[in-house]
Design a protein around this ligand. Structure first.
Ligand code: H79
Length: 431
């Protein structure tokens, strides 16, 4: 591969071959937010945002028909996009279940005779992709789920009276059984994304804590039923990784001084669930850059698409994903299995490292020369990754005594790469 060869390997987040090994290696996944909210076409928080009651909101489930949801097409798209795992919302905050559950009739198995989780799992396995399931801890459909600050009924006239009729113990049983179904009915699940725990009072109402869910009990059940499964931290307990949301970290994430595994969940267009009138798509270039930045900081990127009410990923979004996938086919060596480098890049450059190879992602193509501080003498050979062709490397030449031809030359120890004038026609050129 086209690389700079440097000294001993820097490691990414260190760790034994554990349940997260594949996750640390793969770095890039697809998030799919699909549920009855797609019928609204105004994102997945619409019930809350518009303070809809159950009667109004149930129309979405009644009219939810995933006739164009083709899990195999989604899996193929993810594969073409270079994404190595796909996480489907089995249940979002609305409470509508995409699998065949015995716990409620509020599920697509009852309304349409489909089990979208089974379709998802089987399609991913057939493509050799990792299987992810998203499960919301919040559930606005359950009569015993207490009204808190993020509930559609939070502005109801007497929330205290409402809550007096609600018993979270009943709800805890319900969610535990749902999770048990998901973890026992579909074979091995590689990744569980639970969402979310936020204690503390807002708008005069409490949030929910790990105790409200019995998170210790749920996490223990996860470990017992699926010991190999990667679990995120949103039970409100430390688990396998942390999950910044629509936020790109600017340095490796540390907890108690130790680097931890993380995954940035991001969206193509700023929305999770289908948002019909939203045209705020990220460009393929931006996504490639976000992915490179993510890997350079030891994280993963989980990029969301929100299928239409009928279940299709928009052509527009599929095209963006495939464009990044084409880039990854040529630049995957700089992403998969790569991690943070042990040297700091100059501005406008992102480094990733894999073994003894350093990859320089060049965000702004300079004229003729790229100076890489600290790499003088450490690089044996360099090339453009996209075509494998050589890039001349040199230490910065000593400035002859009295010369004024290059008065502001970079400091000693700087490596000079001599670049072609023509920038490679790639989303992010890598050397
Ligand atoms: O599933 C996706 C989101 O629906 C869910 N997590 C991702 C993966 C999520 N979104 N926001 N949150 C979790 C945190 C809650 C934010 C809130 Fe709000 C601020 C709730 C109420 C105020 C955002 C703004 C949602 C409604 C208004």
């Amino acid at each position: 591969p086209g690389t700079v060869v440097i000294g001993p390997a820097a490691t990414g987040p260190a760790g034994p071959a554990d349940r997260t090994a594949w996750f640390r290696h793969d770095h890039y996944g697809m998030f799919v937010h699909y549920g009855s909210y797609a019928v609204g076409g105004r994102q997945e928080w619409v019930k809350y945002a518009e303070r809809m009651d159950d009667a109004a909101y149930r129309r979405y489930a009644e009219h939810f028909d995933p006739d164009l949801y083709d899990a195999r097409a989604v899996a193929r798209l993810a594969k073409e996009a270079g994404q190595r795992y796909v996480v489907l919302t089995a249940k979002h905050h609305e409470g509508f279940c995409l699998w065949d559950t015995a716990t409620t009739d509020y599920c697509v198995a009852r309304t349409r005779g489909r089990d979208l989780v089974r379709e998802h799992v089987e399609a991913l396995r057939a493509q050799g992709l990792r299987v992810g399931v998203y499960f919301s801890l919040l559930d606005w459909s359950h009569p015993h789920y207490t009204v808190d600050w993020s509930h559609p009924l939070r502005d109801a006239p007497d929330v205290a009276a409402l809550n007096a009729t609600r018993d979270m113990g009943v709800f805890r049983q319900y969610m535990r059984e749902q999770l048990r179904e998901l973890l026992t009915g579909y074979g091995p699940i590689d990744y569980l994304f639970v969402d979310f725990t936020q204690p503390g009072v807002r708008h005069g109402l409490p949030g929910k804590s790990a105790d409200d869910w019995d998170s210790p009990g749920l996490l223990a059940m996860c470990r017992e039923l699926q010991p190999q499964m990667v679990v995120n931290d949103r039970f409100g307990l430390p688990a396998d990784l942390v999950t910044p949301e629509q936020y790109q970290p600017v340095r490796p994430i540390e907890v108690d001084g130790e680097r931890v595994l993380w995954e940035a969940c991001q969206t193509i267009n700023g929305a999770w669930g289908y948002d019909r009138d939203n045209l705020d798509d990220k460009s393929p270039e931006l996504i490639a850059r976000m992915l490179a930045e993510t890997v350079s900081l030891g994280g993963n990127l989980l990029l969301n698409v929100g299928p239409t009410a009928r279940g299709e990923v928009l052509d527009r979004h599929a095209d963006i994903l495939r464009s990044v996938g084409r880039w990854l086919r040529r630049h995957g060596d700089a992403i998969y299995g790569a991690g943070p480098a042990d040297v700091a890049p100059p501005s406008g450059v992102i480094y990733t490292q894999r073994g003894d190879k350093l990859y320089a992602h060049v965000l702004a193509w300079p004229f003729k020369t790229l100076y890489l501080p600290g790499l003088g003498g450490r690089v044996g050979f360099a090339r453009l990754l996209w075509d494998g062709s050589q890039v001349e490397v040199d230490a910065v030449p000593e400035r002859p005594e009295g010369s004024n031809l290059n008065p502001a030359a970079p400091p000693p120890g700087t490596l000079t790469l001599t670049l072609p004038v023509r920038r490679p026609d790639e989303l992010v050129p890598v050397i």
